[in-house]
Design a protein around this ligand. Structure first.
Ligand SMILES: NC(=O)c1ccc[n+]([C@@H]2O[C@H](COP(=O)([O-])OP(=O)(O)OC[C@H]3O[C@@H](n4cnc5c(N)ncnc54)[C@H](OP(=O)(O)O)[C@@H]3O)[C@@H](O)[C@H]2O)c1
Length: 288
């Protein structure tokens, strides 16, 4: 039985992915911030998939201490881990700061999966062949990594912060894939498509609400939005495929800047500093 950890499996795309993967017979761990809500979601996933092997982990991923606690619990619970699906992400029209003093979009959308992957990496490598799948967005195409103002301290725009974080998901994936060469662990990112979920509903500014109300009838179901994530997590067709950005099950070009190795390496180093990472994955081997 494959073991899969999905961040944010209590709703939206993550919950639909959990149902899809549990239906294939995987043991699925889901995360959420509230235990009662997560237990309800786990029961729904079990009911929809017919699979009782659904576990609940509780963590607010905007807190690095909670990411570390989550990783410790996952390592204790799962002797092997075949897939890590980094799914959680959010949008805020106005700037908010996490308990760690970091801008929330960057912290939750990029640093949380960066840190969680790092903490689970040895277990993934020991379980190889294994997969790291990270949910990005088409917004990556408009992203720019602003190293001079990563946290939007000087100038904040919700859209810019979101675009940057989703580009960071892709750059993280490419850099991780390079660093994992030869380990049997693959890393891919994806755009799920515009999907009918609770996305951005927690933003107190409710900036997207009018747009979402108009677009909702044209949005994908969560099941359809989760399709590429489920595909990348499970399909034999992508066994060994790594360092790619997908949408609708196809490898696509991501933004030009995402392929700039100097920038992906710099983002990696800056991110490692920001999370106080100690167990650095191996450096990308020098190519001749
Ligand atoms: N929906 C779209 O159209 C769309 C398009 C492109 C990309 N995406 C990306 O798809 C991913 C999933 O989005 P979605 O649309 O499914 O959003 P969603 O419905 O808002 O996702 C909800 C999930 O995220 C969890 N979550 C939210 N904040 C959290 C936090 N601070 N710590 C831990 N968990 C947290 C929630 O858990 P609890 O509330 O139970 O804690 C819940 O399980 C995101 O990365 C998003 O950027 C979505």
């Amino acid at each position: 039985m494959k073991t899969v950890l999905i961040t944010g499996g209590t709703g939206g795309i993550g919950r639909a992915a959990a149902i899809g993967l549990a239906s294939m017979g995987a043991r699925v761990g889901i995360t959420g911030r509230d235990r009662a809500r997560a237990e309800v979601a786990a029961a729904e996933i079990t009911r929809a998939s017919g699979n009782p092997a659904v576990d609940v982990f509780v963590a607010d991923l905007s807190s690095q201490a909670e990411v570390r606690q989550l990783a410790a619990e996952v390592l204790a619970a799962y002797p092997r881990l075949d897939v890590l699906l980094n799914n959680v992400g959010g949008f805020w029209a106005h700037r908010h700061v996490t308990v760690d003093g970091l801008e929330r979009t960057f912290a939750l959308n990029h640093l949380a999966p960066f840190l969680l992957t790092d903490l689970l990496l040895d277990r993934l490598v020991a379980s190889a062949p294994a997969r790291v799948v990270t949910v990005s967005s088409g917004a990556q195409a408009m992203g720019k990594i602003d190293f001079d103002d990563l946290m939007g301290e000087r100038r904040y725009s919700g859209q810019r912060a979101y675009n940057q974080s989703k580009l960071a998901n892709v750059m993280f994936t490419y850099e991780l894939a390079g660093r994992l060469e030869g380990t049997g662990v693959t890393a891919n990112a994806l755009h799920p498509g515009m999907t009918n979920t609770g996305f951005s509903a927690e933003d107190p500014a409710r900036a997207f609400a009018p747009l979402v109300a108009v677009l909702r009838p044209f949005m994908r179901s969560p099941e359809r939005g989760a399709d590429t994530a489920v595909y990348l997590a499970s399909s034999p067709e992508v066994e060994g495929v790594t360092g790619r950005y997908f949408s609708d099950r196809k490898a696509r070009k991501s933004s030009k800047s995402s392929y700039d190795g100097a920038t992906t390496a710099r983002l990696w180093d800056v991110s490692a500093d920001l999370v106080g990472s100690t167990s650095q994955p191996r450096r990308r081997p020098e190519r001749l």
